[in-house]
Design a binder for this molecule. Sequence first.
Ligand code: FEO
Ligand code: CA
Ligand code: CA
Ligand code: CA
Length: 674
Amino acid sequence: MQQPQHIGSTDPILAAGDEPASNTSPNAYFGDILEARVSRRALLRGSLAAAVAGAMATTLPFGGAFAATVSRAAAPSLGFKAIPVSAADRVVVPEGYRVQTFIPWGTPISGDMPAFSLDASGEDQAQQIGSHHDGMHFFPIDGSSRDGLLVLNHEYVEPRFLHGAARGLALDSEGFPQHEDGSRDPDQVLKELNAHGVSVVRVRQGDDGQWQVVADAHNRRITGLTPMRLAGPVAGTAHVQTRYSPDGSMTRGTLNNCAHGVTPWNTYLAAEENWSGYFANQDTEIDRRQTRYGIVTRDTGRYQWHKATGGADETLRFDASSRGASAGEDYRNEPHAFGWMVEIDPHDPESTPVKRTHLGRFAHEGVIFAPAEEGQPVVCYSGDDARFEYIYKFVSARPYQAASADGSLLDEGTLYVARFNEDGSGEWLALAPGENGLTPEHGFADLADILVNTRSAADHVGATRMDRPEWGAVDPVTGQVYFTLTNNTRREAGQEHAANPRPDNGFGHIIRWQEDGTHTAERFAWDLFALAGDQDDSRDLAGQPLDRDAIFASPDGLWIDPDRRVWIQTDISESVMNNGIFDVFGNNQMLAANPETGEIKRFLTGPVGQEITGITMTPDQRTLFVNVQHPGATTGAEAFAAGDFASHWPEGGSAVPRSATLVITREDGGIIGA
Ligand code: FEO
Ligand code: CA
Ligand code: CA
Ligand code: CA
């Protein structure tokens, strides 16, 4: 008899698997110590305009960097007719656009191409598209806009929709089948591990305009089990020695891959976001390498993988308790091999993925590279998506040279963390030995210690605590860097900061900044691009409330296309979507914005229970790929047991909902969004 089981969150606005706040550092909130530029009273509902106008009219340093750069740039058109919000179980796009549903979870791509089935085995899953599609990039083959490698992340799984054996059980979105003694079926665990990770799949557009999977030697699944190399300062140190890799050079698998990045040398980086929940640890004394990431003494993990019957090494490792005589005999260090950015070369199916440790260890949402310049350092930005966490930047030590550039550029350099000042200026604080108090006397032994403890180092240097940093994007013309800040309902009155101006920030906002000169600068000027929310509690760049064609909440996915359209994707948690103050937003959606005027228009609405995430285009900008993640996640446990799913997308009828990719084109073959 299998019993439902789950580990729940007590915060109503967190989605499945999101990290609860673990930043208990005493960093001062700027709002506590300065006379806030944006006063709390002025930010109360209905009197937001004055406050935001103040925040956005700040005199910027560097001679008004924003004004100077923006005035030189051409504005993109938003030529489509905005669509209304929707609560329907389908995808809606503007008039004149077409949508094809593509590569849903379980689509065979490699090996003997096992057909989709709820009863497919764990081994089958390793040859099929994973679940919960997220960050994604189209790598053209020979520059083609009709033939390429689509690479996409699979953030997590809902076991109830993954296993035929779960049908009829009362399972919610985090639940899973479990034996009475708490153990788990090992093939179900294998299927869940293999439904995580990354898919590389060759795709081609036929003469009929439809896109198809091509059986191709490039096609591969990278999963929670794939051997990976550690590189950079943490590789080979005592922090990552395990029974699997006593010399600390290797680890297995990548998990909770949210957004991604594309390097200037055309490889893919998958981010490890909410990985800490997967680990149990029964030690009574756990140090900051785990506690600062949310791992506390417990015998539970998100899916209880460590309780798979048979006790295989690859599942036992999810219990990080100290059991052996030394770290090389157990998995006390296994969680230290997660929280990194993972480099994958999609062009070489034999390549071993590499965890690039110099980019820091945290709940990486994704990474975004500044345009590479010959002879200059490589620069990239990454957000740590948990409440009150930080935004980071890496600057390589060696210069970019197109002819020889590769991932080793990410192994030497400087990791910085952002401090946003109330006056609209900001600075990058180096997380390096001897810098900003990061010394052995203060508990930071060396560079590897700083990087394994990235969050603690950022606490120590006084970085600014943000409202859950998600995706970033760089404007290809102005160089402005945008980041979404999805929400933070734990920011209390008195903790407001000009860069995070609302207490109980359920709707989120978008910040942007301009570096002082080049992307390697240590100073920048910032402003707020938009405060998300309903028509009573939102502001666009012009200081106006968002109208009904523009309202959105919980911005997450963010991408700027070659014409400078800013695409915004939303992730209102399934725990609150279509309810209360979130009712007006309908299902999660995607909008496009003009980076100069701040105009925002709704472009797409998704089916019930999902989030819209992941976006990439063909070089000709005539095919847009967008992901739909976790349709039907709003299904309650009893409704699940009754087969009454909140969504049956995409197949309809009585089908289980499946994450999938949307392929969007224009009926007239034109540029998407124009
Ligand atoms: Fe996986 Fe921060 O969204
Ligand atoms: Ca998600
Ligand atoms: Ca996300
Ligand atoms: Ca999110």
